[in-house]
Design a protein around this ligand. Structure first.
Ligand code: DX5
Ligand code: ZN
Length: 220
């Protein structure tokens, strides 16, 4: 399975966003954009205007991660802004299947995200409605946090569940992904690496992405 890398703009240079993106964009499979509401997570970040500005300027897919309560109140503005993938947390809404369908009906790839402590059975019956799941490998809200190793078990179980059902699932991981933890999550079954700090705060962001994409199971 090919490894995809989605750099997380949370760690890009806020006052030189364009420069940060130019460095990574031809090597990236999508750009990850974190939306925080100060309720679901104890932090604030961007809104739909950033997604719109990115969409107008770049053709690269935009992977939008909503860390907000009641995401059903926000999806329209991100659909309109031009998100390519739009994901919300299963903990944040009562009717995840309805929201998945709503997003897909607008020709946008939906995804569901699980916090580190959220069990997989919350999405067990939704797997047939999904082709992307995001497993948080830190508690969401901030960049640069330490990877939670217990997430590996969940990634492995999710890959097993998807294989058993014959579903070709993109398993994304987000939080604390660097060149040490990437081989671990890939071995567990993840194929999409979302990474902020280890890419944008490194001396050589391009080299980090190239190395991440070249990881194979044997390196574990
Ligand atoms: C955390 C965000 C992540 C964040 C990951 O709440 O969802 O996307 O940017 O950052 P790193 O890779 O620095 O842990
Ligand atoms: Zn994120």
């Amino acid at each position: 399975m090919d490894i995809k890398v989605y750099p997380s703009l949370l760690s890009a240079d806020l006052l030189n966003m364009e420069r940060s993106i130019e460095i990574v964009k031809d090597l990236s499979d999508a750009l990850h954009v974190d939306i925080m509401d100060g309720h679901f997570v104890p932090n604030l970040s961007y809104g739909p205007s950033l997604v719109k500005a990115l969409r107008n300027r770049y053709s690269i897919p935009l992977n939008v991660h909503l860390m907000v309560e009641k995401p059903e109140n926000f999806v329209d503005m991100f659909i309109e802004a031009g998100a390519s993938h739009l994901g919300f947390h299963v903990e944040a809404t009562h009717h995840p299947q309805r929201l998945l369908k709503y997003i897909r009906d607008h020709n946008i790839r939906p995804f569901i995200t699980l916090n580190p402590a959220t069990p997989l059975n919350t999405i067990e019956y939704l797997l047939g409605e999904l082709d992307m799941v995001l497993i948080m490998t830190v508690n969401p809200g901030y960049g640069g946090q330490e990877f939670l190793h217990f997430s590996l078990k969940k990634i492995k179980s999710l890959r097993e569940m998807a294989d058993k059902e014959g579903i070709n699932l993109d398993i994304m991981v987000d939080g604390g992904i660097d060149l040490h933890t990437a081989p671990l999550v890939i071995e567990a079954g993840a194929n999409v690496l979302i990474s902020g700090n280890s890419i944008f705060n490194s001396e050589n962001p391009r080299e980090v992405i190239i190395k991440m994409k070249s990881i194979r199971y044997k390196e574990v």
